[in-house]
Ligand binder design. Sequence first.
Ligand SMILES: [Fe+2]
Ligand SMILES: [Fe+2]
Length: 279
Amino acid sequence: MIKVTCSSDACHPLRHLYKRLLCLKLLKMTDTKEMALNKVGEMVAEDYRTADVFKKYGIDFCCGGGKTIGRVCDEKNISMLELIEALSKVGQSSIEGEQDFNSWPLDKLAAYIEFTHHSYANENLLIISQYAQKVEKAHGQHNPEVIEIANIWRELSDELSIHMKKEELILFPFIKKMQRALSENTSLAGSAPFGTVQNPVSVMVHEHDNAGSLLKRIALLSNNYTSPKHACNTYRVLYAKLKEFEEDLHRHIHLENNILFPKAIVLEKRLNLIPSPAL
Ligand SMILES: [Fe+2]
Ligand SMILES: [Fe+2]
């Protein structure tokens, strides 16, 4: 049981850890002793997203999850206030649902996708790989599906990393260039290194389908991310993070497949960039 109290009505009762942690601003100066009594493993069990924070600080939330926050901070010489601050940022709600991406200029949308979804994917491909390897090693013998999940994750990770690099280095810069040409009323004739923008878009859409299929196989193998009853914290965190990754990738692909790419094709036509067969 996490022992955090807050006198504000708005903070009571709080079912989710992050909401409680948001109250910590009020508690920082007075209740850190109480916070120190919370157990690391219980916090992760209540909100898997705290696992990344503990991992970042080298705190074992799995087999060593029975230790309190106060104890691990003492043992590792970590500032408890700093740790609480990092935990308080977990789960701060995304504003994505409130955005009208359809009205954004394409250069802004491409930059947003790169900054938000590519950054998230790059960071979490690595983190999830580490969790998958750990679970594969510890539970693969009795739960062989985790070995297959780790193998699929390696394939997905390799493919997605290259895919995002292609977008960042080739396709997105061209889309940004087209948007600039539109606002400056200049021509870009002949400057596309790939003929028409439809070509890289087709490749990207095909690769999205591949990534989606790999994630579907993981969802099937994991019984839709349901960890077994005996699962340790790392096992549970792995499944929770895989689910979170899939949800983020769906939003990411939606922005590209349904907004950015079709509008880039229309914009190219508008700029009259498609080379004629005679060229
Ligand atoms: Fe992307
Ligand atoms: Fe993509």
